[in-house]
Design a protein around this ligand. Structure first.
Ligand SMILES: O=C(O)CCC(=O)C(=O)O
Ligand SMILES: [Fe+2]
Length: 262
């Protein structure tokens, strides 16, 4: 893994070292403060670029164009909320996705299955363990956003999401988020409506460089990727882990996100 990952700066392969303990502490503190942390250059930038190149032909030919109108919940309706409530406002999303069954043998697959990363993430997130999904489509993806494409406001299905930026666009493609807008106890529909109306001063933007590992707690923090501009697409790997082994999307989730079941 040393070939691909900067394990001098991020010693995930040396869990007994003081440097490892310090890294875990730093990431925990950032997670508590910001709901996310970044490891800049975790995937060596030349390998990030090589992955982006390697997946481009398949992306052109075989990817799923995830294009739909959706609300922040990815649900038709929400019990107790009138259908015309502004928290249910609809937005357009379009990007292209390759699923794990289309990424066999890739560096992204090696990283996804690398046990020391799972252990490190579990430690930072304060979990006994984290497991890869048992889903041929949803476990890990590479997403591409070309000129004009975007991923609109949403809450994630999983508690947190791990991404690795492979290629940055010339302009646009910014990650925007609003930390802890809701909680398990309080859905804060009016707050959601304010954010969607562009009226939440606590919305933040993040820009990362290729090779950055980002861990983001997205289940209560709505987020989006703004439209990409220019000829260089944004490409990003998305890795999903759960506390229980064997996690799977339902058939209807698979269809909604990937256009097929598997
Ligand atoms: O492309 C990104 O940076 C975010 C992806 C994301 O939010 C998701 O897959 O749920
Ligand atoms: Fe997300």
């Amino acid at each position: 893994m040393d070939t691909y990952l900067d394990l001098e700066t991020f010693p995930l392969d040396r869990p007994d070292s003081a440097a490892y303990a310090a890294l875990v502490e730093r990431c925990k503190a950032e997670m508590a403060r910001d709901g996310m942390f970044n490891l800049d250059g975790f995937l060596r930038p030349e390998h990030a670029a090589a992955e982006a190149r390697a997946h481009t032909p398949k992306m052109d030919r075989e990817s799923f164009n995830h294009a739909r109108e959706h609300n922040v919940y990815f649900k038709k309706s929400v019990p107790g909320l009138p259908d015309d409530h502004p928290a249910l406002r609809l937005f357009q999303t379009s990007n292209n996705t390759l699923c794990n069954d289309q990424l066999t043998g890739s560096v992204v697959e090696k990283i996804y299955n690398w046990a020391p990363l799972q252990r490190f993430l579990a430690e930072v997130m304060g979990k006994p363990a984290l497991y890869p999904m048992d889903d041929p489509l949803a476990a890990f993806n590479v997403m591409r956003y070309a000129d004009g494409q975007a991923l609109n406001w949403h809450f994630d299905r999983s508690e947190f999401t791990v991404t690795l930026l492979l290629q940055a666009p010339e302009r646009g493609g910014m990650f925007e988020y609003r930390t802890d807008l809701r909680s398990a106890e309080d859905p804060n529909y009016d707050g959601v409506a304010r954010l969607l109306a562009g009226d939440d001063p606590e919305m933040r933007q993040m820009s990362v460089v290729p090779g950055t590992l980002n861990v983001f707690r997205g289940v209560n923090t709505p987020h989006r990727v703004t439209p990409v501009e220019g000829d260089t697409p944004r490409m990003i790997a998305v890795l999903t882990y759960y506390e229980q082994p064997g996690a799977k999307f339902t058939e209807s989730e698979q269809l909604g996100f990937y256009g097929r079941t598997a």
